[in-house]
Write a protein that binds this ligand. Structure first.
Ligand SMILES: *Cc1c(COP(=O)(O)O)cnc(C)c1O
Length: 482
């Protein structure tokens, strides 16, 4: 954040100056290239990246909005959807669209459920969606945008959806049940066959969120690892979301929403015939769609092919097994549940994992912190194949370091205790101020928290979640203020 106002420069600046400045601006970005970051970036190898850039650049200016103007993009999109559909048991009948990401794919599945409910269950005033507590926040976003009611059901001890509890949550207003393959927080695959059977029994739609798993699980299974059924081969599954910009290794802005058949997909489509600008139709949320993302996805899928994806999956799974076994071998740490692929969560029954996360940050590893229960998140990808041993060594060191008494750590504990005590007696607004100050207090001097254990410790225990919600919105709003 800067204090000075930024205006459009009166006259343009030279390319060299601009590029130099942009390069300098990246200096504090997370460096994902050396495999020390465990989220946000999925990369295969330089060869793949080169092709992505070429394909993206070739269709840099084209717009996927109008399929009649660019038959090339239409062909790429149709073939990408068919390839993903055929990978996921949708042979010949599945229909769908490319979107800009998992969130948009999930938004589309939720919109379709609402529109399907309006058409087939006209008595429903507010349609409801029953889903496990672990399902992605994109479902909350969709409910927020489209006026659906979410009924989140706590997961079982194995961190998978509790289908008996979901069954109890289904009522006359339910239109959709959801499962993840796998869930993002813990990487476990929900009992999709049971969820889909529930959907069939109650004549509901069933969405499988395979955003992170859809381009990985089919290959993991072919490699011989056990993978539960999760796709259109399961009767009752009516839609699936699959991100290509994750384990599909496509350029960002590429995902697929698939429906079991065209009739269901129709509820997703939008058209208006009364606009001065002519008849306007669009299948997904966005109007203009970057042609580059569509073209790059098509290119990479054809370049890697089944064998390429299998090879990458084999390496990623080898690394995953090494990391899983290595984490479990560290005294006090364990991987939660039974994740069948390369997404997992590290928990500790003995130590404060947020302190361990801070020690890992100091050693240059970027791990997302999770809550309920506190864990550190791992999304293993190709970039990690070379660093697994270094990671495990630093993790073991971090556990030891986190156990050392230190002034800072006891300061953290005191701060958390004080905040918990204060939170009980202070009005909500003041608690916000307190946590806000805490994050500044424990953050690095550039506002990026190096040491965040105290902040997470506090936030996880705040009794007033509504207040935390406001605090987070304040932060989000401040991110783009100059
Ligand atoms: C990443 C992810 C999403 C959201 O996808 P975006 O591309 O970030 O919008 C949804 N569900 C799961 C399981 C995911 O891993």
């Amino acid at each position: 954040m800067t204090d000075k106002q930024v205006y459009l420069p009166a006259s343009g600046i030279s390319k060299e100056v601009i590029l130099t400045e942009m390069q300098a601006a990246r200096s504090r970005d997370v460096d994902w290239r050396d495999g020390r970051v465990f989220s946000l970036v999925f990369k295969a190898n330089d060869d793949v990246t080169g092709l992505l850039k070429d394909a993206y650049g070739m269709f840099f200016s084209e717009n996927g909005l109008n399929p009649t103007a660019f038959p090339s993009l239409r062909r790429f999109e149709t073939e990408v959807i068919a390839m993903v559909g055929n990978l996921l048991g949708g042979q010949g009948t599945a229909a769908g669209n490319m979107t800009t990401g998992g969130t948009e794919s999930i938004l589309m599945a939720m919109l379709t459920a609402r529109e399907w409910g309006r058409a087939t269950r006209p008595k429903i005033k507010q349609p409801e969606v029953v889903l496990p507590s672990s399902a992605h926040p994109a479902f909350d976003k969709a409910a927020h945008y489209f006026g659906l009611k979410l009924v989140r059901v706590p997961v079982g001890d194995d961190l998978r959806a509790d289908v008996a509890a979901m069954r109890r949550a289904v009522n006359m207003d339910t239109v959709l049940v959801v499962g993840s393959a796998p869930s993002y927080p813990h990487g476990v695959v929900d009992p999709i066959a049971d969820i889909a059977a529930l959907a069939q029994e109650r004549k509901l739609l069933c969405h499988v969120d395979a955003c992170v798993g859809g381009m990985m699980l089919p290959f993991v299974r072919r490699l011989g690892y056990p993978v539960p059924d999760f796709d259109f081969t399961v009767p009752g599954v009516t839609s699936i979301s699959v991100d290509l910009h994750k384990y599909g290794y496509a350029a960002k802005g590429a995902s697929v929403i698939l429906y079991r058949d065209k009739a269901l997909r129709r509820y997703q489509l939008f058209a208006t015939t009364d606009w001065a600008g002519g008849i306007y139709a669009s299948p997904t949320m966005t109007g203009t769609r970057p042609g580059g993302a569509i073209a790059a996805a098509w290119a990479i899928m054809n370049y890697l092919g089944e064998r390429g994806y299998l090879q990458i999956a084999a390496e990623v799974m080898r690394t995953t097994v090494r990391l899983r076994d290595g984490v479990n071998a560290i005294d006090g740490l364990r991987i939660l549940g039974n994740p069948p692929m390369s997404v997992m969560a590290i928990a500790s029954d003995r130590d404060n994992v947020y302190e361990i996360g801070d020690e890992m940050s100091v050693r240059g590893w970027q791990l997302d912190r999770q809550q309920f229960p506190p864990t550190l998140h791992l999304t293993v990808n190709y970039a990690h194949t070379a660093v697994a041993d270094a990671f495990l060594m630093d993790l073991a060191q971090s556990v030891i370091a986190a156990r050392q008494p230190s002034l800072r750590r006891s300061g953290n504990e005191a701060a958390v205790k004080a905040a918990r005590g204060a939170a009980k007696v202070l009005p909500g607004r003041l608690v916000s101020g307190l946590t806000g100050r805490a994050s500044a207090l424990f953050g690095g001097d550039d506002g990026l928290p190096q040491r965040s254990a105290a902040m997470y410790g506090m936030m996880g225990t705040l009794p007033n979640r509504g207040d935390l919600h406001e605090l987070v919105l304040d932060l989000l709003s401040s991110f783009t203020e100059s």
